[in-house]
Design a protein around this ligand. Structure first.
Ligand code: PEP
Length: 253
């Protein structure tokens, strides 16, 4: 059975005080018996403090991006090694906000993906189409190109150490969610594409859905056969809503 995950992406939100409140709430309400993975991807300045609060819990710590370079004169960036040094086991790569606002091409995203793997970080590769692309009927081409960039530079074992998140850009932070069937269709496309590399890889890899997942739609989305959990933005900023989504993974499998 594939590993199920619910990951929170805090984006550029929070403060030392609100983080502390959120983490206390999460730890107090967490079902430690669940076999599903849970993690939070937090702003880099808070990694160490949040990591300290999570120590000894089952909640994984993630960064929201890393540099594609090892080290050196890259002002403002953090390396994969630094993320590991701060306690991360996960990192988002290729989030649509990074692609659209910071010019990250699929080639750069693939370099970041490799950096994560070389440093024993699990990359969470985000892929997704814009509304315009969906309406032009090129969703599969767009996602295929985003996937090809990493498929071409990694072997099956490496790809098997990653997580994929399908996040339709038009559903991120908009309150519009893809229907469970729309999401399933793209997840199946992603899994079939990975099967061209290796059937074992396709069977094993967790593919999460992201885009306005909330406590009241998570169960339906997670019940689809190729959806292995969620990447959650807005609803991960409250302990109650995030835990309700996490607890919805019990419908999977
Ligand atoms: C995200 O940013 O990865 C995301 C899915 O955001 P939201 O849940 O707010 O749509």
């Amino acid at each position: 059975m594939r590993k199920q995950w619910v990951l929170g992406n805090w984006k550029m939100n929070g403060s030392r005080e609100s983080n502390s409140h959120l983490i206390s709430g999460l730890l107090a309400g967490l079902n430690a018996e669940s076999s599903s993975g849970i993690g939070v991807c937090v702003p880099s300045v808070y990694l160490i403090e949040v990591g300290d609060k999570l120590a000894g819990s089952t909640v994984a710590l993630g960064a929201q991006t890393i540099s594609e370079h090892d080290e050196g004169a890259y002002t403002g960036e953090i390396s994969a090694k630094m993320a590991v040094d701060c306690g991360c086991s996960l990192v988002l790569v290729g989030h649509s906000e990074r692609r659209s606002l910071y010019g990250e091409t699929s080639e750069i995203v693939a370099k970041k993906f490799k950096q994560a793997l070389s440093n024993e970080l699990t990359p969470v590769l985000c892929v997704g189409e814009t509304l315009e692309q969906r309406e032009s009927g090129i969703t599969n081409e767009v996602i295929g190109e985003q996937l090809d960039a990493v498929i071409e530079c990694c072997n099956s074992d490496e790809l098997g150490r990653s997580i994929i998140a399908y996040e339709p850009v038009w559903a991120i932070g908009t309150g519009k969610t893809a229907s469970a069937e729309q999401a399933q269709e793209v997840h199946a496309f992603i899994r079939n594409k990975l099967a061209q590399k290796s059937n074992a890889l396709a069977e094993k890899i967790s593919i999460l859905y992201g885009g306005s997942v909330k406590a009241d739609n998570a169960k339906e989305i997670f019940s689809m056969s190729d959806i292995d959990g969620g990447l959650v933005g807005g609803a991960s900023l409250g302990a109650e809503s995030f835990l309700a989504i996490y607890n919805s993974t019990d419908v999977i499998g």
